[in-house]
Design a protein around this ligand. Structure first.
Ligand SMILES: *Cc1c(COP(=O)(O)O)cnc(C)c1O
Length: 395
């Protein structure tokens, strides 16, 4: 016999506690609820028909915590709206399947994140969406590419490329996309949350996993653009399912509070590290968009707000044991994929990012066994330089 005649129902239907009017939490609560209820049927039906992104039914479609992140991202990228996904690849999936149809094709530079290329080759092809892979010089001839591929509907291009940190002339390229009537989708993961200075693409996509979250502990992605395109992509994502969960959204929101500080410090360190590496006898080529030696230094200066915190370099010693010794000697730069963490990272490019490329394609992208990609973290800059110095000395 229970005291107070309490039934099991009491455990389920508790009283919700929320601070009252005039008593606000300084930090937003995490809305983990998957479902949102309505007072009555009429209220619900009215909500259904509304062009309002801030009512909620089911969190695969939208939820308040994720929405808070979307509104912030749209604002910082200077776009009308944003849609978050469970990862950067989730965003690329939603954006391509949301906007492309069977029979369309998509153009992707060879200088792109390997997983985006593989997704196009292995997944989009299954739905009758063909890919056109572009060499770097092809980017200056998009009208000719469109003429050869009349069904070309979209260009997916990185504003600083992964992994070789090349910088396309977005002003010229986006202008050309508008002329020939194809959607320009710019992956701004390396350039991070800064819009292109001189050009406005139809859409931005970013992996929030990297600089936005910034602590290497959460996956997320976002697409930013005008309301109409984002609504179309959202309508597809809610059918596909790669929605961002509110816990990850909260971690990303927390990470973003320090984003400007982290980013500025990382860029500053990367510039100093690039200056240290420049001209070292052990290095055959160094790529950093902030150095005059970079092939697109001028474009970077004109079109990016800052040159980023990623570097690529090819060591003169190209054999496996020397590369291994170099990486092993590094204590602060950790051997792993990904980027944009508080910790500095190093990745041999050929091993991590070229599985789908043949020898000619690798060579066209200047990728050799000794090519390394470096993500500069938040450690003391002098410590990072000393670490690289020690490792270069053994070569
Ligand atoms: C990491 C990355 C992605 C994919 O993001 P995930 O969050 O890992 O799915 C997409 N584009 C670029 C340029 C990336 O570096």
């Amino acid at each position: 016999m229970k005291k107070n005649a309490i039934t099991d129902t009491a455990y389920i239907h508790r009283r919700h506690i929320a601070p009252g009017k005039g008593n606000y939490p300084l930090e937003s609560p995490i809305y983990h609820s998957v479902k949102y209820t309505f007072d009555d049927l009429e209220h619900m039906e009215n909500m259904f028909g509304q062009d309002n992104d801030e009512y909620f039914i089911y969190s695969r479609i939208a939820s308040p915590t994720v929405r808070e992140l979307e509104v912030l991202l749209a604002q910082v990228m200077g776009e009308e709206d944003a849609l978050c996904s469970a990862s950067g690849m989730g965003s690329i999936t939603a954006l391509t399947l949301g906007l492309l149809e069977k029979g369309d094709s998509i153009a992707i530079p060879l200088h792109s994140y390997g997983t985006s290329r593989s997704y196009a080759k292995k997944v989009l092809s299954k739905f009758g969406i063909e890919s056109v892979f572009l060499s770097w010089p092809d980017l200056a001839n998009l009208a000719a590419i469109k003429q050869k591929n009349p069904n070309l509907k979209m260009l997916l291009i990185e504003s600083i490329t992964n992994p070789m940190v090349r910088v396309p002339d977005l002003q010229q390229i986006i202008g050309e996309c508008q002329k020939i009537g194809i959607i320009a989708a710019v992956d701004a993961t390396f350039a991070s949350l800064s819009p292109a200075k001189l050009a406005s693409p139809d859409l931005y996509v970013v992996s929030l996993t990297k600089y936005a979250c910034g602590h290497g502990d959460t996956l997320g992605g976002a697409v930013m653009g005008n309301k109409k395109l984002i609504a179309q992509i959202r309508a597809t994502q809610l059918l596909l399912g790669p929605s961002l969960d509110p816990y990850s959204a909260q971690l990303i929101l927390r990470g973003l509070e320090t984003y400007p500080l982290r980013r500025a410090r990382m860029v500053d360190s990367a510039q100093k590290i690039a200056l240290f590496l420049e001209g070292k006898p052990q290095i055959k080529t160094l790529w950093y968009p902030g150095l005059p030696s970079h092939p697109e230094c001028q474009i970077a200066r004109e079109q990016l707000w800052e040159p980023g915190a990623m570097l690529a370099m090819t060591l003169k010693k190209n054999n496996r044991s020397q590369i291994q010794a170099f990486i092993k000697k590094l204590k602060l730069f950790k051997l792993t994929a990904s980027l944009g963490s508080t910790k500095s990272l190093i990745a041999p490019v050929e091993v991590f990012y070229t599985r789908d490329l043949n020898a000619a394609e690798k060579s066209a992208c200047d990728i050799e066994p000794g090519t390394m990609r470096i993500s500069v973290g938040l450690e003391d800059t002098d410590d990072l330089i000393a670490d690289l110095k020690g490792a270069l000395e053994i070569l």
